[in-house]
Design a protein around this ligand. Structure first.
Ligand code: GZL
Ligand code: ZN
Length: 328
């Protein structure tokens, strides 16, 4: 190949590589695209939990679940105790709205009377998760509800009483807080399921606490002495008060059939001692699930509108074996 041709070839190659390298390195690399805003983490969360009170072992376990989980996850928990008063829960929510919390988790003491404060939270664009008991406000007023199917709990109690009194009989009911989704649901489910040969002689609230339930039990045991075949009690704390009243009245374990709700350690002990024949579980340990739901909301992710806790029923035959495993 002549020298001239070689030279031309070399020149072309040089020119080509120059052009290519010029395209390869952009003049000035554009600034890196701003990263999508970083995903929120638990440590970024301020969660408002205006707890309704401290009326029962169930409630104590529910509070512990939120406080311990918040500590573990690094969530800033704004906790308050409303001592069973709805107006205290509402003012605690208003303080949280003022503070500009990320999410409000509300365990409503009763079903009605939440529309105004839920609207205020909505106006402040703070999502609300209803925890445990239900509210009668329209579902558009809050993002989600997580808790038990209280009517189902009542139905389970009715089924147990039917099995305990196959030939029928008379029962008394000591119910939870009047107007609460828990008491309303349990009473409804119980009545829908009870066999026709079982009569509810009387029903009175014990407000989910033993102090108020005890005088009710004492009065019932006096008024209906000799006619009582069973008791349906809406939580273990009140059932323990009924047992105390029975002991004073000379009633022996098992003489009157008892169906309770919650499945607390106290309930298990009453089954071991022969007083309670069935304990319908109601799970208070909702902290982890609620915080997971709240974090999803903070990251703009969708969550289910209804999250039902699945629960079982416990019986005396397994109570002693299970008691050591009970977390509440
Ligand atoms: C039910 C819960 C009730 C418990 C009681 O989910 O709200 O309140 O059954 C508690 O023990 O006081
Ligand atoms: Zn429950």
């Amino acid at each position: 190949m002549s020298k001239k041709l070689l030279f031309n070839l070399f020149a072309v190659l040089m020119l080509t590589s120059l052009i290519l390298s010029a395209c390869g390195t952009p003049a000035a690399a554009p600034a890196a695209a701003p990263a999508a805003s970083a995903k929120k983490e638990y440590k970024d969360m301020t969660l408002c939990y205006p707890q309704l009170g401290a009326e029962s072992d169930w409630r104590t376990a529910n509070t512990a679940s939120f406080k311990e989980t918040a500590k573990e996850l690094g969530v800033n928990l704004v906790f308050s105790d409303a001592q069973q008063k709805q107006e205290n829960q509402i003012s605690a929510m208003r303080a949280c709205i003022q503070q500009g919390v990320d999410v409000i988790a509300l365990p409503p003491v009763v079903e009605d009377g939440w529309d105004a404060v839920l609207q205020e939270a909505k106006d402040a664009e703070i999502p609300v998760i209803i925890v445990d008991r239900s509210v009668s406000a329209d579902k558009s007023m809050y993002v989600s509800h997580i808790g038990s199917d209280m009517v189902l709990e009542g139905k389970k109690a009715g089924e147990e009483m039917n099995k305990l009194l196959p030939n029928g009989g008379n029962v008394l009911e000591i119910s939870g807080t009047t107007g609460s989704g828990a008491a309303t649901g349990r009473a409804k489910g119980f009545r829908e399921t009870l066999n026709k040969n079982i009569t509810i002689l009387d029903s009175q609230t014990g407000n989910f606490n033993p102090t108020e339930a005890k005088p009710v039990a004492e009065a019932f045991l006096k008024k209906y002495a000799g006619k009582i075949d069973g008791f349906f009690i809406h939580n273990d704390g009140m059932a323990q008060a009924v047992v105390e009243a029975m002991k004073s009245a000379g009633v022996k374990p098992g003489e009157i059939k008892m169906v309770s709700v919650d499945g607390t350690r106290g309930g298990f002990q009453m089954m071991i001692d022969g007083w309670v024949q069935a304990d319908v579980e109601c799970n208070p340990l909702l902290g982890p699930q609620v915080m997971e739901m709240a974090l999803k909301l903070m990251n703009g992710e969708k969550i289910d509108a209804e999250v039902l806790t699945n629960e079982t029923t416990y019986y005396p035959d397994k109570a002693a074996e299970l008691l050591p495993t009970r977390k509440y």
